[in-house]
Design a protein around this ligand. Structure first.
Ligand code: ZN
Length: 405
């Protein structure tokens, strides 16, 4: 075989049923991109997704987690059930790409490519509906509020997997910095848990010239921040992953006034539940002990947010094999390392085996090349990846729900 560049190889393998609709699906992606909606407000996007899927013959259910959409297609007498999930929400970011289809809404932007994920799953849905050569039940899950507000958790709490049981569930995310249309897989722990902590240090304010008459929360906060850095370096096994970052600190308004209180906000991440629990314990203890030593009090408000994302071994091997059999080694990224980002899909994987995979969005550092990082005002989803990823979903459906011989 000739050594065609992998991007061309993958693009060449786009399924005819996807190729026919690719231009239309890219236009749909641009339409979603131009009208971004934030968590739980995906009303127009949800209407668009639901109406298209109904047109194409899916049984559409709406209302889980408010704007969530689940579309079902059954074929044959097979009993296997497969779930594919896409996210629909945008971010509170002012877009700076200058693209013709840039956000028309001030301060809101699809800066994580969820417009692309939604369009990919719609393209796959349409190709599958035109040529439904599978046996069993396919559930397409379009979730709201992936960005921090737990749309997946809410869909599950409202009965997602009771109403739409799945034997396995899969999701994908674009990855800037990786070659366009190359697929990445990771068995076991892949993304970190993500918890947020608010610490309020309360002392007794007063004049900056008479510190002995105050209980200074600023000095105490400084000690606490330094002490927090010892948790990862001294309490966590060096072979484990953990992050404790203080991202915000607020207190005081004037150089000569000692304020009454200081607040701090932290993000805390880990890959293993034991480490996650230990971090909570140590952060709470250490903040309280430091505050006591310095004559102030401290309140620790701990929010468990997203659990670590752990991919099922067998489901991940299956997902990788689908890519390998279709694209060969060139279509698959080298083995991935665990990342410290987090993902709402982790909740789905707590309830159903499955796998979360990545697809290269392009290299370079500019939006035109797809390399600009997500959550950046210059980010753009790479349309070259859309038909490749949609073809991958179609292949995965055909393989998972293959008619038994
Ligand atoms: Zn995202």
């Amino acid at each position: 075989m000739s050594s065609t560049p992998h991007t061309t190889a993958a693009a060449d393998k786009v399924l005819p049923a996807v190729r026919e609709i690719a231009a239309e699906m890219v236009a749909l992606r641009h339409q979603i991109h131009a009208h971004p909606e934030l968590a739980y407000e995906e009303f127009v996007t949800s209407d668009l997704v639901a109406s298209r899927l109904a047109e194409w013959g899916y049984a559409v259910h709406r209302g889980l987690a408010g704007t969530g959409v689940v579309a079902t297609l059954r074929r044959g007498s097979g009993t296997k059930r497969l779930g594919l999930r896409a996210d629909m929400d945008a971010l509170p970011i002012q877009e700076t790409t200058g693209l013709p289809y840039a956000s028309q809404v001030a301060g809101k932007m699809h800066a994580c490519g969820h417009d692309g994920h939604t369009a990919i799953l719609l393209a796959a849905a349409r190709a599958i509906a035109r040529q439904p050569d599978f046996d069993g039940t396919l559930h397409l899950i379009f979730q709201p509020a992936e960005e921090g507000l737990g749309g997946a958790r809410r869909m599950i709490e409202e009965g997602l997997f009771e109403r739409f049981p799945c034997d396995a569930v899969f999701a994908l995310h674009n990855m800037p910095g990786s070659p366009v249309g190359r697929f990445g897989f990771k068995e076991g722990p892949f993304l970190a848990s993500s918890d947020s902590v608010m610490v309020t240090v309360t002392g007794r304010g007063g004049h900056g010239s008479t510190p002995h008459l105050t209980a200074d929360p600023v000095v105490a906060a400084a000690h606490i921040i330094v002490a927090l850095q010892t948790i990862v370096s001294r309490n966590v096994d060096p072979r484990d992953v953990a992050v404790v970052s203080v991202g915000a600190i607020h207190g005081g308004d004037a150089p000569n006034v000692i304020p009454g209180s200081v607040t701090m906000r932290l993000t805390v991440r880990a890959h293993r539940p034991e480490i996650r629990a230990m971090l909570r314990e140590r952060i709470t203890e250490l903040v309280q002990a430091q505050a006591r030593t310095l004559g102030v009090s401290a309140e620790v408000d701990y929010h468990w947010r997203y659990p670590a994302l752990v991919n099922d071994e067998a489901a991940t091997r299956f997902a990788r094999q689908v890519a390998l059999d279709w694209l060969g080694e060139d279509g698959v990224l080298p083995p991935l390392q665990p990342l410290t980002g987090s993902e709402d899909f982790a909740f789905m994987l707590e309830h159903c085996p499955g796998s979360y995979l990545i697809v290269g969005n392009g290299e370079g550092d500019h939006h035109a090349t797809g390399g600009c990082s997500v959550h950046n005002p210059g980010y753009d989803f790479n349309d070259a990846m859309l038909p490749i990823a949609a073809s991958y979903w179609v292949q995965l459906v055909r393989r998972f729900l293959a008619p038994s011989a």
